[in-house]
Design a protein around this ligand. Structure first.
Ligand code: GLA
Length: 673
């Protein structure tokens, strides 16, 4: 076992970087020293040691599926599996080959928006999206792979790929003979529909934006299982990471085409987006579980997908569990229930619960194990730079201010990040965050991180210099030229306690420098943010691996990021530093040299933090809580690195010994179509 004292991932360049200040009155400090709390331990493997694709001599299935086959309700297992299924290798399993049966219980704070992930809908987060969607490639389990073997993603629906010599053509090969959960063949028609009618269709808000594979990239189907991307410029292995969850996940074309406006003259884009409502079951998936019951605000029950295309080395079809639950509750309750033993899994990401949960999890009879990872959770304030959705002169004036670097620097100087951290958790858990990559990211570089620390005198000076005086003497600054009080509405998620606590701290700190923050609770902040119609918001949002969900971070497309989308008429003026960030991001996508990628990441870090692109608050480690009944929950799994732990822990290979299994609510059943 290797302790996690070294960084995951890539070679580091500790380049000297000079802080260049564009703001006249601004001053930046070095970051204070950081101490990791991580206690993950793991042995790293080669990328081919996790899984492979090959035919096995014989296959078997959960016993109740054999009964359904005998009753004629399902074809035999050999007909349901691909000729060469994905085989999870025993060497990568911390407890080895599993036993069938039982239930895995998740608790989540989200609610399914709908089943149409092609049109960008989420299914409630917390691992439910990922239990249904399968993507061309996979990132989560890369934490288990040796650094020198980490370039590019792991195969998944795409089992292999090759580049032409000048790296402008990427030919990908799909797994052959895999089927959707209703038995329909999975093939390049699903890829074509995903790409042409969702990614490229400007009327569909797909998670992969139109330029998500690089501007001008085209895709051509070659045969049923082969397709090719053609790029305008040479690309590198990181480009493929953009095809992982949540960006490169096809949907069932045989179902979805019939409700898409390109194929159905009666359909509209709105009827398409909402055409797979969360209360209509069951959606057709490639994932290991299929939702079969949805009791609103109570529970989603999922049953195993009898066509799932992954097996273990003994030929047992995966997953090992028969049933998966998603109790629809709150994110805090996820941790509470997991500590209490009524839930099986939590990414403990609510620092307010850390002390109590850690104490309890250390009791001998505790049902749960807790493992801390590096600091990768971060919270940030996003100021909207676009004029999208402005309703009045005040909105217009605010957006104008947000685009002013001095305003953002002054905002940063107003925040006492120590105090914000202590407001969510007493103790050593949090560390100041300034934006950009988190300290636990393999791409973090302290020397390129510009920090404008707490300095209310400086903040006041800078706000004064911006003409934001308190002209009516009520303690609140006014917008320039005798305008209205400087009041800024700031959205936060009503189901995230930590966000609210931080916002309270931010609100009182901003009041100290004469700026009134108006906290505004919203139900589904991700959906509102995606629409780009807000002034400011505070949320947990991290950027650990540059190519993961890039649309949340930088303007790779007119629809990204949420805080700087194109205006309704298509206009947008990018900051010069955004162009620098985009150029560095291109280097990361195009290079085959890890050191060059690391160097480009420092350019992003420098540009992001010296321009206060977002206003970071704090960053914290998270602990993975898993019930002790669960086998193969590898103790090295980080809560978040390449992807969330629900992906990183590889749930299809989790299992529980028969004597410890929980009773199923719907034994013997599968989804009906
Ligand atoms: C939410 C949770 C995270 C994680 C992700 C998975 O964001 O807060 O801990 O479970 O969902 O998508």
């Amino acid at each position: 076992m290797i302790g996690q004292s070294k960084r995951l991932g890539i070679v580091f360049l500790s380049g000297v970087s000079m802080v260049t200040l564009t703001a006249g009155l601004a001053s930046a400090d070095p970051m204070p020293p950081e101490q990791s709390m991580s206690n993950l331990s793991y042995e790293l493997l080669g990328r081919d040691e996790l899984w492979t694709y090959r035919a096995l001599d014989a296959y078997s299935e959960a016993p109740y599926l054999s009964a359904l086959v005998a009753a004629g309700a399902l074809p035999p297992i050999e007909e349901r599996l691909p000729a060469e299924p994905l085989v999870h290798l025993t060497a990568a399993m911390s407890d080895g080959i599993g036993e069938y049966g039982g239930v895995f219980r998740h608790v989540i704070g989200g609610r399914p928006e709908g089943w149409n992930w092609l049109a960008g809908q989420h299914q409630g987060w917390g691992g439910i999206n990922m239990a249904m969607q399968e993507c061309l490639v996979r990132l989560g389990p890369l934490w288990q792979v040796r650094a020198e073997d980490q370039s590019g993603p792991l195969p998944n629906l795409a089992k292999s790929w090759e580049w032409n010599e000048d790296k402008t053509e990427l030919t990908m090969h799909l797994i052959e003979g895999a089927r959707w959960s209703d038995g329909d063949p999975f093939d390049t028609e699903d890829i074509r529909f995903w790409w042409e009618d969702n990614v490229l269709d400007a009327n569909v808000t797909s998670r992969m934006p139109a330029d998500g594979m690089g501007e001008g990239t085209t895709m051509t189907v070659i045969d049923d299982f082969t397709f090719r991307f053609d790029f305008l410029t040479p690309q590198g292995p990181a480009r493929l990471q953009n095809l992982a969850y949540i960006q490169g996940c096809p949907g069932p074309s045989h179902v979805m085409m019939s409700i898409h406006p390109t194929y159905n003259p009666d359909a509209t884009y709105e009827s398409y987006r909402t055409g797979q409502p969360a209360d209509v079951l069951s959606p057709v998936v490639m994932g290991m579980f299929v939702p079969v019951v949805h009791e609103v605000d109570e529970l989603v029950i999922m049953r195993r997908n009898p066509y799932f295309w992954k097996v273990d080395e003994t030929g047992q079809q995966l997953p090992y569990y028969n049933e998966m639950h998603f109790k629809l509750s709150t994110w805090d309750d996820r941790t509470t229930q997991t500590v209490a033993g009524t839930g099986d899994f939590s990414n403990m990401e609510n620092p307010g619960n850390y002390v109590a949960a850690l104490v309890q999890s250390q009791q001998e009879d505790s049902p749960v194990l807790a493992q801390f990872g590096p600091r990768v959770l971060s919270w940030r304030i996003e100021l909207n730079f676009s004029d999208r959705g402005v309703e009045d002169d005040v909105d217009t004036a605010l957006r104008e201010l947000f685009r002013n670097l001095d305003f953002r620097v002054a905002f940063s100087h107003s925040l006492d990040r120590e105090a914000i951290g202590q407001s969510i958790a007493r103790g050593p858990f949090t560390y100041p965050y300034t934006g950009g990559f988190e300290v636990g990211s393999p791409f973090y570089d302290a020397d390129s991180t510009v920090y404008f620390p707490y300095d209310p005198a400086k903040a006041n000076e800078m706000f004064d210099a911006l003409g934001l005086a308190d002209t009516d003497g009520n303690g609140i600054r006014n917008l320039p030229n005798g305008g209205a009080d400087l009041e800024i509405d700031m959205l936060y998620a009503n189901n995230r306690t930590e966000d609210r606590k931080q916002l309270d701290a931010v609100t009182s700190m901003m009041a100290e420098v004469g700026v009134r923050i108006l906290p505004t609770a919203v139900e589904d902040i991700a959906v509102i943010a995606k629409g780009g119609n807000f002034n400011t918001l505070l949320r947990r949002q991290q950027w650990v691996i540059p190519t993961r969900e890039v649309c949340l971070q930088i303007p790779i497309d007119g629809a990204c990021p949420d805080f700087h989308m194109e205006e309704e008429d298509g206009g947008r003026v990018l900051f010069d530093f955004e162009r620098d960030i985009l150029a560095a991001f291109e280097v990361i996508n195009n290079t085959w040299d890890a050191a060059e990628a690391a160097q480009a990441a420092t350019v992003i870090q420098q540009a992001w933090t010296e321009n206060v692109y977002t206003i970071g608050t704090v960053q914290a480690p998270a602990a993975l809580l898993i019930n002790k009944r669960i086998r193969n929950a590898h103790p090295g799994t980080p809560v978040f690195m390449f992807e969330w732990a629900e992906d990183g822990v590889v749930r299809e290979r989790l299992w529980t010994p028969a004597e410890l299994q929980l009773d199923e609510l719907l034994p013997g059943t599968i989804a009906e179509y």
